[in-house]
Design a protein around this ligand. Structure first.
Ligand code: PLP
Length: 395
């Protein structure tokens, strides 16, 4: 059977991880869990709620709500589902235009296609690698002249780094367009002291295996009020009407999180701060020990705090004589996983028919950026091995 598991989602303790007799594999962003999560799962099973419903979901939502300054939180079975429901709540219709970042994972844009709406891609700005506010405005103005005013701006925090949200909000407000905030990678990051995911009326998180916290696959919608929560919950549970029998008026989805997953999430939330701190420490270790002419590390704007979900190294090929693909290959030979920055979505076959407002930054990032192992479960020795392998290669 061919496994569809992304390698960065595989737990380092799984049997497949260590079958070759060479240094143990170092993963890009492996999940870490233990006794804490086992105990929570045990409680879920003992309670009988082995289902996508019940008090464990409420509990996980309340814990998340407390963390996210009182936002109403709906937990779901993926971040992609959260984006999809966010778009539904915002009333997206077939043929609507949605501003999407070209430098992102496909999941930011795919729900736009699920709804037969049309992505309008924008390139990123160089400070945060989030969508360039100037290009967002250019796209809105150009699309508006065609009579196709975009209905939603999808703003994403790339690699955990908050995007230039204040400037994007100013533009959004000016043109009356709502923002859907994709904070899938940015749990624990802050923009001017405020947690990402809470910066707009609609935020999403991902708890996939490679994220800051995991539920073994899952996500959440962060909403303003009970009304939005109820609407989203209904859509996430097949849009059943409240009647003594099943009755459907609108199309719904099976997007609710399972209680077992919520149990894992409850365990993970207890160590969220440590996880974020560790990612930041790992970033600093790379930065301190790998700094070199031709090598730099993604800093980000002054007014933000990144959770450093992935440590992003930028390679100037003209100075170094090698590029990100060469280094990735070398790391792989040493059993170390790394990842090339996102290939711009608008050049990929699935999306190339859609317009992109470009400045060349996403292409440059794709050609120069390499994400290094960043999981909060990495030991100093493992980070040291990555650094050593890179230093040897630089020589
Ligand atoms: C930027 C971004 N958006 C959305 C998602 C989708 O999340 P999920 O994998 O939980 O569906 C991910 C991650 O996987 C992501 O990195």
């Amino acid at each position: 059977m061919v496994s569809t598991l992304r390698t960065d989602q595989r737990c380092p303790n799984s049997p497949a991880a260590n079958t070759v007799a060479r240094p143990a594999r170092i993963y890009l962003s492996a999940p870490s869990a233990g006794e804490r999560e086992l105990n929570k799962i045990k409680k879920v099973i003992e309670s009988g709620w082995i289902a996508p419903a019940g008090p464990h979901l409420d509990k996980f939502e309340n814990v998340l709500s407390d963390y996210f300054d009182g936002k109403r939180v709906l937990v779901l079975n993926s971040g992609t589902a959260a984006i999809h429901l966010g778009l539904k709540l915002l009333g997206i219709q077939p043929g609507d235009k949605v501003i999407c970042p070209t430098s992102s994972f496909c999941a930011t844009t795919n729900p736009v296609l699920y709804e037969k709406a049309i992505p309008v891609f924008v390139d990123c700005e160089i400070e945060s690698f989030g969508s360039d506010p100037d290009l967002i405005e250019e796209a809105i103005l150009k699309e508006s002249t065609k009579g196709e005013i975009p209905v939603v701006i999808l703003a994403m925090h790339n690699y955990g780094m908050p995007c230039q949200m204040k400037r994007i909000q100013t533009i959004a407000l000016k043109h009356g367009i709502p923002i859907l905030e994709d904070a899938a990678e940015a749990m624990g990051s802050k923009f001017e002291g405020q947690l990402t995911g809470t910066l707009t009326d609609f935020g999403i998180l991902s708890f996939n295996g490679n994220k800051i916290i995991t539920t073994g696959g899952g996500g959440a919608l962060l909403l303003q009020d009970d009304d939005m929560y109820s609407k989203a919950l209904k859509l996430a549970t097949q849009a059943n009407e409240v009647l003594p029998y099943y009755h459907h008026i609108t199309l719904g989805y099976n997007y609710r999180m399972s209680s077992v997953a919520a149990g894992i999430g409850l365990g993970q939330m207890e160590t969220l701060e440590e996880r974020v701190m560790r990612r930041k420490e790992i970033f600093r270790m790379y930065e301190d020990q790998l700094i070199h002419e031709g090598i730099s590390f993604f800093q980000g704007p002054k007014n933000v705090e990144s959770n450093r979900w992935l440590s992003l190294m930028l390679i100037d090929q003209t100075k170094m004589g090698f590029n990100n693909i060469d280094l990735k290959r070398h790391l792989e030979e040493n059993n170390i996983e790394s990842r090339i920055c996102w290939q711009p979505l608008h050049v990929q076959p699935l999306y190339q028919q859609y317009d992109c407002y470009e400045n060349g930054n996403a292409k440059w990032l794709f050609e120069s950026g390499l994400c290094l192992p960043s999981g909060s479960g990495l030991s100093d020795e493992e980070v040291g091995r990555v650094i050593q392998v890179i230093i040897e290669y630089m020589k």
